[in-house]
Design a protein around this ligand. Structure first.
Ligand SMILES: [Zn+2]
Length: 637
C-alpha cells in the first residue's frame, strides 16, 4: 500500500485538471470515508445483460416531482436566502414529449440532434436498457420520445410535440439545486441495494466483482459531482490486450431532467463542467460528424434510427478520470459484441480519414449511416450507400430499385412487417453494414479494422464516381450468379465488381498494415469461405505484417479460391518495387505508381477494371505501358 498523502495529493490535482471548475472544488477530507467510495448501482447487472444476445428493457421506478419547476426553484431560493429573488426565474429548459407520426418525421427528429429518450424522465430510473415498451404501444410502433431542450429550441415543423414542463435548471449552483431537490424529495441520499433484475435469468458468480469496471481509487468531492472519465476499448492484437481511447464519441450524463452532452477527445477523455448531484447515469452514443452507427433491429425498426448506446452505469461518488471500459467480447453476436464493434468502427472512421488525407486521396462522404447486424458474420460488410442516394433527388429512382432488390437481405421478415420495413428504409437505410455475428475469430482489432477500412474505401470510391456508378455496382453484386462471395468470374457484371473490390481489398489491407503493422494477427484467405476449404493462413514474417504479406503474395491463379478473379493483389503490385514473391506466381515488373495515382484513375469514373487499366495508362502518359498491360493480364483483365 502506498502512503496515503500521496494518493490524496494525486487525486486532488487530477480533480483540478479534469473538472475545469476550480471555484466549486472543496478541500478533500483527510480521511477516505466510505461515503467517498465509488458506487455503481447497475454495472454488474449491465455486464450480464450485455453478455446476452437479447436486448434488455429500461427499468423505471415510481413517479418523481420535477424539482426544476420555476415555482419550486423560487421556493428553494427563498428557503436559502429568506426572500424570493428580485426577478422571477425564467425557464431555460423545456421537458418535451415528441410524437413522430411516421418514419419521415422520425428521421427529421433524429437529425435534430437532441438527446432523445424512449421513456419518460419523470420516473425514477433504475437502469437504462436497450429499449422501453410504452403503455399502449407494441414493440414495432414508433414510440414517444422524451427530451430536455433549451427554452429557445426551434421545433422541427410538423412533428407533434407537447411541452410537459418549463424548467429552470442551474448549471452550477449546488446550494440552490440541492435545496430544490430536497423539497421535492429528490435528494436520494440513501444507499440502495445494487440493481438486479430477477427476470435476468443468469447465474451470478460469488467471486469479487467490485473492480469489474475499474473503480478502485477514492473520489474527491469535485469529481464526485463533475463526472469525468475515459472511454476505452480493449485491443485484440497479436500480443496486446491493452485499452485505447474511443475518439469523438458522444457522452451523455443524466440525472432527472439534467442532461449534459460531451464528446471524448483523442484519448477518450471527457470532463463535465456542470454540477451533478449523486446517482447520475453515464451513457456513450456512437454518433459524430463522420457517421451514425446503429444496430439493425428488424422487429423494432424505429430503433435503427438511433445510434448504439452503451450504459456505463448509474454512479455515486464517481472517481476522477474513471476508466469506462469496452472489453473485447467473449462471443460473437451479443450486445457487448456490438459495443466493441461500434467502438472499433468509431475509431476506424477517424483513422481512415486521417490516413486517406496522408495518402492524398479522397475521403468518404460525411454523415454516413452505418448499421451493425448480428445476422451477418463478423467478416461481412456491404457498402450500399443507400441512405445517401435515397436522400439525393437525382438518385432516388435508381436507389429505390436497388433498395427493392436488397430489402429481403436487409429485412428477412415477411408479410406486413416487410411493408413497414420498406417504408422505414426509404428514410433510413444503411450506407454501410457490418456484421458482428457468427465467427469470433474475425473480431481481432486489425481484422475488424481491415473490414471497416475496406467498406469506407468503397464509400470513398462512391464519393469519387457518384450515384449512377454505384447503383450499377449494387445491382451487379446483387445479381451476379455463381458461387463465391461475389459470384463467378466471367459474366458481364464481373469486371465492374473486380474494380470496386480490387480497390477496397487493397485499401483495407494497406491501411490495416499502416495502422497495426507487426501487431497484426494471422488470418485465413484465398480459399473457399463458404466451406472453409483450401484456405491459406497469412501471418507476420520478419519485417512484414500479415496484411502486407497477403497483398504481396496474392495468387490470382489459385482456382480453388472461388474469389480468385477479384484482383486483391493487383493495386499493390502496381505500387511495390523489389522482387515479387514466388508464392504469388505473378510476374510483376511494374513499380512507381503511388496510391494517389491509382485513386485519380478511379476518380475518372472508369466503368470496370478494363476501362480502369486504360484510364491509368492515359493519365500517366503510358508509363510502363507494356508491363502494366502484362500485370493486368495475369489477373485476368
Ligand atoms: Zn467490398
Amino acid at each position: 500500500m502506498r502512503p496515503r498523502f500521496f494518493i490524496l495529493a494525486l487525486a486532488f490535482s487530477a480533480g483540478l485538471l479534469a473538472c475545469r471548475k476550480t471555484e466549486t472544488i472543496q478541500s478533500p477530507s483527510s480521511e477516505t470515508s466510505p461515503e467517498q467510495t465509488p458506487v455503481c448501482y447497475d454495472c454488474e447487472y449491465l455486464r450480464q445483460a450485455y453478455a446476452d444476445v437479447e436486448d434488455h428493457a429500461t427499468q423505471l421506478g415510481g413517479h418523481i416531482n420535477n424539482p426544476y419547476l420555476i415555482e419550486n426553484m423560487m421556493q428553494a431560493y427563498k428557503n436559502l436566502k429568506g426572500q424570493y429573488p428580485a426577478q422571477r426565474f425564467s425557464s431555460n429548459y423545456l421537458y418535451i414529449e415528441f410524437r413522430p407520426a411516421d418514419f419521415q418525421q422520425l428521421d427529421q427528429l433524429e437529425e435534430k440532434d437532441v438527446d432523445l429518450f424512449d421513456y419518460p424522465l419523470d420516473q425514477k430510473l433504475l437502469t437504462e436498457g436497450d429499449y422501453f415498451l410504452q403503455p399502449g404501444k407494441s414493440i414495432e410502433d414508433i414510440p414517444s420520445y422524451y427530451a430536455v431542450v433549451p427554452a429557445n429550441f426551434s421545433f422541427p415543423a410538423g412533428i407533434p410535440y407537447r411541452v410537459i414542463d418549463e424548467m429552470f435548471i442551474p448549471g452550477n449552483d449546488p446550494e440552490l439545486e440541492i435545496e430544490a431537490l430536497r423539497i421535492t424529495n429528490n435528494l436520494d441520499e440513501d444507499d440502495e441495494p445494487a440493481f438486479s433484475n430477477n427476470q435476468l435469468n443468469k447465474k451470478r458468480h460469488d467471486e469479487d466483482i467490485a473492480d469489474s469496471y475499474g473503480h478502485s481509487s477514492s473520489a474527491t468531492p469535485s469529481c464526485r459531482n463533475f463526472p469525468s472519465g475515459q472511454i476505452l476499448v480493449q485491443n485484440a492484437l497479436l500480443v496486446d490486450n491493452n485499452y485505447r481511447g474511443v475518439r469523438e464519441v458522444r457522452v451523455v450524463v443524466r440525472r432527472l431532467f439534467k442532461v449534459e452532452r460531451l464528446v471524448t477527445d483523442a484519448h477518450g477523455n471527457f470532463a463535465c463542467n456542470k454540477y451533478f448531484h449523486n446517482k447520475f447515469t453515464v451513457l456513450a452514443k456512437f454518433k459524430d460528424k463522420y457517421a451514425r452507427i446503429s444496430r439493425m433491429r428488424p422487429w423494432a425498426i424505429h430503433e435503427q434510427f438511433f445510434p448504439i448506446k452503451i450504459n456505463f452505469g448509474r454512479w455515486k461518488n464517481l472517481d476522477c478520470g474513471h476508466e469506462f471500459r469496452i472489453e473485447h467480447p467473449a462471443a460473437a453476436g451479443t450486445i457487448a459484441t456490438s459495443h466493441w464493434c461500434a467502438a472499433i468502427t468509431q475509431n476506424g472512421l477517424i483513422e481512415h480519414h486521417e490516413m486517406c488525407n496522408e495518402l492524398n486521396i479522397g475521403t468518404p462522404p460525411m454523415g454516413l449511416t452505418i448499421m451493425l447486424s448480428s445476422e451477418k458474420g463478423s467478416g461481412h460488410g456491404n457498402t450500399y450507400m443507400l441512405n445517401k442516394m435515397l436522400h439525393n433527388n437525382a438518385a432516388v429512382n435508381g436507389a429505390e430499385v436497388l433498395l427493392a432488390s436488397v430489402i429481403t437481405i436487409l429485412n428477412p421478415f415477411a408479410g406486413a412487417a416487410a411493408a413497414v420495413a420498406a417504408e422505414a428504409y426509404k428514410y433510413r437505410a444503411p450506407d454501410i453494414k457490418y456484421g458482428y455475428g457468427d465467427d469470433l475469430s474475425y473480431l481481432t482489432t486489425d481484422r475488424y479494422c481491415e473490414l471497416v477500412y475496406h467498406e469506407l474505401s468503397h464509400a470513398l470510391h462512391y464519393n469519387a464516381v457518384g450515384n449512377d456508378w454505384w447503383i450499377k455496382l449494387g445491382m451487379a453484386e446483387n445479381k451476379n450468379p455463381g458461387v463465391g462471395t461475389y459470384g463467378e468470374c466471367c459474366t458481364d457484371k464481373a469486371p465492374r465488381i473486380a474494380l470496386a473490390e480490387g480497390w477496397a481489398y487493397y485499401m483495407g489491407h494497406l491501411l490495416a498494415d499502416k495502422k497495426w503493422g507487426m501487431s497484426s494477427t494471422s488470418f485465413p484467405e484465398q480459399g473457399d469461405f463458404d466451406t472453409n476449404r483450401f484456405m491459406l493462413e497469412f501471418s507476420n514474417t520478419t519485417g512484414n505484417s500479415s496484411h502486407q504479406n497477403f497483398l504481396e503474395t496474392y495468387d490470382p491463379f489459385k482456382i480453388d479460391d472461388p474469389n480468385h478473379w477479384i484482383p486483391k493483389g493487383l493495386f499493390y503490385d502496381l505500387t511495390d518495387s523489389g522482387t515479387e514473391p514466388l508464392q504469388s506466381r505473378v510476374v510483376d515488373e511494374v513499380s512507381g505508381f503511388q496510391c494517389k495515382h491509382l485513386f485519380t484513375a478511379l476518380h475518372s469514373g472508369a466503368a470496370d477494371i478494363n476501362e480502369y487499366k486504360l484510364a491509368l495508362l492515359r493519365e500517366n502518359h503510358n508509363y510502363m505501358r507494356d508491363q502494366v498491360i502484362n500485370l493486368f493480364h495475369q489477373y485476368g483483365y
